[in-house]
Design a protein around this ligand. Sequence first.
Ligand code: MEV
Length: 431
Amino acid sequence: MISGFSKLNTKEKIDIIIKQADLSSKALDTLLSHHHNKLQETYNQFSENTISNFFLPFNIAPNFLINGKEYFVPMAIEESSVVAAASKAASFWYKHGGFEAKIIDTVKVGQLFFSTKESLEFINSHIEEITSRLISATDELTISMKKRGGGIKDIVLQKIEKTPDIYCFYVSFETKDSMGANFINSCLETMGEALVQYFDGCNKNAEIIMAILSNYTPQCIVECNVSCNINELKYWSGNLTPQEFANKFKQAVDIAKYNISRAVTHNKGIMNGIDAVVVATGNDYRAIEANIHAYAAKDGTYSSLSEVNTENDIFSYNLKVPLTIGTVGGLTKSHPMAALSMEILGNPNAIELMGVIASTGLANNFSAVASLITTGIQKGHMKMHLSNILLTLNASDMEKFKTIDYFSNKTVSYSAVQAFLNEHRKNKNLK
Ligand code: MEV
């Protein structure tokens, strides 16, 4: 047990870890070589107990055409093939009208949970008075949000099922270009105080249990779509005819609709694109993940988030997801790479960014399903994977050249590549 760890400086923290975790001297080099020589102070401010940085590749998927506007999409992700897959789909759909993204709503929700022995009838008979007190208690907090067109939209009381005496005020917020977590939580806590005071004033008792935004925002939705004539799918269809490809694509999406094991993997392919842009723009990927997966199960069974339609010779592919993101506040401006991502995207507002994120998710999902029903994904994956393996095995340029050539018609695996390199190194054929 270590006490006061957070009070130590970075060097002291590192020393303790090296000693207690019995790390090799290489660990110190690794930690220090990942320090930023100019911006470390900035990075240290984002968290506690920071001892170094953890890099992710920062990548660009070009040729995204979304609502008629071209984008270079920044993607922070480490998985081979994801950026290549997004770029491939983006280029194809660029030539077929691009992505159409539309926002259904941007409402966000906060929850004020409280308990009281008073009856629901008592609360309901005072509901107008209570809600107006709760709203007016937040007047100071909401001034600037109101000026930006946001603020509190609605308050609804619900009894929490199966929990005696527990209620919740569901408060709806519009937070414009900010993700709004701090704003919502501050409003809710202030409302909690006002609620207790109101009950006190009636000589009644209410206790606040907790006040927190909900990461589930089933109304804060973006929908995006691509479509083309089925004949135009020739580019993807390989040995299949475009119509066979479209039919098989529909079968694959139907499977993801009704089979949970497949739905999770199918949606993971969507999250490959979504998370990569969310991370690159400094947004909260944990909130996004929790929200989207809950939404995927909104009808009682976890299901595919994307849908395909192949009627009347038109292939139309659609994705609908809840996305709560911000373009002001949070890391978006303060993290230098997130700020750069925003600049690369042309400094979009939250609504525009929602469209970019959803379109990237749809692009990745489309590419993944297209590969799965034709060549399989391993061919493309393994080509990228081979470069990673060669990097891990410290292959020289000549070794890389020979290995890539050797594996051009063979199955790639770490052990096969290692064996190939070992053999050739032993024979000194490559160096
Ligand atoms: C891999 O990261 C994502 C895929 O598994 C998605 C899918 O199966 O649809 C290829």
